[in-house]
Write a protein that binds this ligand. Sequence first.
Ligand code: SAM
Length: 294
Amino acid sequence: MNFQRYLSAKRSVDDRALDRRVETRLAEEIRGREDDRLRVLEVGAGIGSSVTRLLARPWPPDRVEYTALDIDPENVAFARERLPAWAAPRGFAVRRAGENADDRVVLTRGQRRTEVRFRTADAFEFLDATDREFDLVVAQAFVDLADPADALAAFRGALASDGLAYCPITYDGATSFDPVHDPDFEERFLDSFHRHLDDGGDSRAGRHLLAEASETGEVLAAAGSDWVVHPREGGYPADEAYFLDCIVAMVAGAVRKEGGIKDDRIAEWATRRREQIGDAELVYCAHQLDLLVR
Ligand SMILES: C[S@@+](CC[C@H](N)C(=O)[O-])C[C@H]1O[C@@H](n2cnc3c(N)ncnc32)[C@H](O)[C@@H]1O
């Protein structure tokens, strides 16, 4: 599995899933500020999908300073190369600035200037050490990899007063693959998957983040952002067949690591799911939440 291609294939699934009302509230909050500069930190930025999404929106202010951080150097290298290739055909003037650890890509179009810094780092170490104040932390498909309360506290530590955390696509404890061959086995299988996620992360991060944010701050908007991938006209749109192959591999890998289910049963499950993808039969849903928190 190529992780960068997986993240790229995920984009069309995310585009359908992201909740527009939560984003509208984010846009209103940003537009309501007096400062015409927005300092953004994105943690777990992957190949930079969220920064391109932001650049395509009309609501950010004219000056954006965007730090895109990921722990995986391959993701960061990919994001760094991909951004100019994405931006130039869309009418942005692209300039590289800075050197080595401070390299930046500066994108201008009309009045708008966005400066993107790429960082390879552990998000929590960076958040802990940062002396910069950010107006917005973006954490897409990230909070379920950690303890949601710890993540929120770390985000708050790096935010200016009145700063916001936007956490879209936060996994929230429900996955389904259809059709189901053996319902009892499928339940055991997905329970095992969730137990594995709970080891170091949180398989119900969405609801736990919502509860924690309500208790310790203000939830400005919250809504579901489920992934729904289903066949149309005998196939899957964009690169979503590859996305499904990766999901099957990741779920099977997690169950294997968790132990308790025999390897040959896991392999059988994965083979059947791959056949269903090949036959354009598989329907996959994952429940997630988008949250905007002060
Ligand atoms: C599910 S991917 C989401 C990527 C991107 N936000 C998106 O939605 O396309 C999670 C990302 O978090 C990164 N990651 C995991 N743990 C991290 C950590 N402790 N610090 C920084 N990045 C991390 C991974 O390398 C991966 O790129």
